[in-house]
Design a protein around this ligand. Structure first.
Ligand code: NAP
Length: 249
């Protein structure tokens, strides 16, 4: 796929799925804007990718930072074609009855409000340009309750609904809005899950997880017309059919 001249914003690009996605889109020729809180990590990654990458330190739980990051991207590259809403957090894992209310709410601020902030800032730019693609990283936890993860499950369920809402409002103006549920991926998040020992996901072996470049390749494929059947929906990377269509197996 050739994304020469196209611009993508990736939130949570400092490691894991986001960093793998940055490499994948850069290889396809896109301009990549890397957003995360860890300025050193995204700075190093941008330097590794080269002149078509910029690092924009950004906490997605703060709307003004997201808005400024989208503005900075448009001013650097002249437009915005793709938004990958990938930033997400899970800690602290805790039973609902014992959860710290502030920490619980902060996960909503990142995983749900952060996704809304990205859409809110990017949609007017894309609509004015006649179209664009917005993909949010979802999770099996959006659709199934898991012990100790009430904040995460509630935030991912909300983010999945935001995908459907943004599709409803944006499709006629050329927006392609989708979700990607990657299954379990070998990243820092799975290390935290393992260390918690809570719920069946923590019992999985490291070898059960897919590598981060699988969701990264799938995200790239989702930007092509081949994925148009899935506009407004969520794609599950647990599906053998999807893995085949992306060329992973
Ligand atoms: N790994 C899995 O098995 C799995 C399964 C299903 C869904 N997911 C989802 O996939 C996405 C990526 O996760 P991952 O597995 O790659 O985990 P990860 O390695 O822990 O990466 C999470 C990324 O999100 C960023 N982030 C966290 N809070 C942020 C904030 N407030 N503002 C900006 N960036 C923030 C982190 O960067 P900074 O700390 O530098 O800000 C980091 O780059 C998440 O949405 C996660 O829920 C993962």
């Amino acid at each position: 796929m050739n994304l020469q001249g196209k611009t993508v914003v990736i939130t949570g690009a400092s490691r894991g799925i986001g960093a793998a996605t940055a490499h994948e889109f850069a290889r396809a020729g896109a301009n990549v804007a890397l957003l995360a809180r860890n300025a050193d990590a995204i700075g190093d990654l941008a330097a590794e990718i080269g002149e078509r990458a910029i690092a924009i330190p950004c906490d997605v739980s703060r709307y003004w930072e997201v808005e400024k990051a989208i503005e900075a991207t448009v001013s650097e590259f002249g437009g915005l074609d793709i938004l990958i809403g990938n930033a997400g957090a899970l800690e602290p894992i805790s039973h609902l009855s014992k959860a710290d209310p502030e920490a619980w709410g902060h996960i909503i601020d990142i995983n749900l409000k952060g996704v809304f902030y990205g859409m809110r800032a990017a949609m007017p730019v894309m609509q004015a340009a006649g179209g664009g693609t917005i993909i949010t990283i979802s999770s099996g936890a959006a659709h199934s309750a898991l012990e100790g993860w009430s904040h995460y499950c509630a935030s991912k369920a909300g983010a999945a609904m935001l995908t459907m809402c943004a599709d409803k409002e944006g499709r006629e103006q050329g927006l392609r809005v989708m979700g990607l549920s990657p299954g379990t991926v070998a990243t820092q998040m799975q290390r935290e899950i393992k260390a918690s020992g809570v719920n069946p996901v923590a019992q999985l072996d490291w070898s059960d997880h897919i590598p981060p470049d699988w969701p990264a390749k799938t995200l790239l494929w989702m930007c092509s017309p081949e994925a148009d059947d899935f506009i407004g929906q969520e794609i599950s990377l647990r599906s053998d059919d999807i893995r085949k269509r992306v060329g992973l197996v």
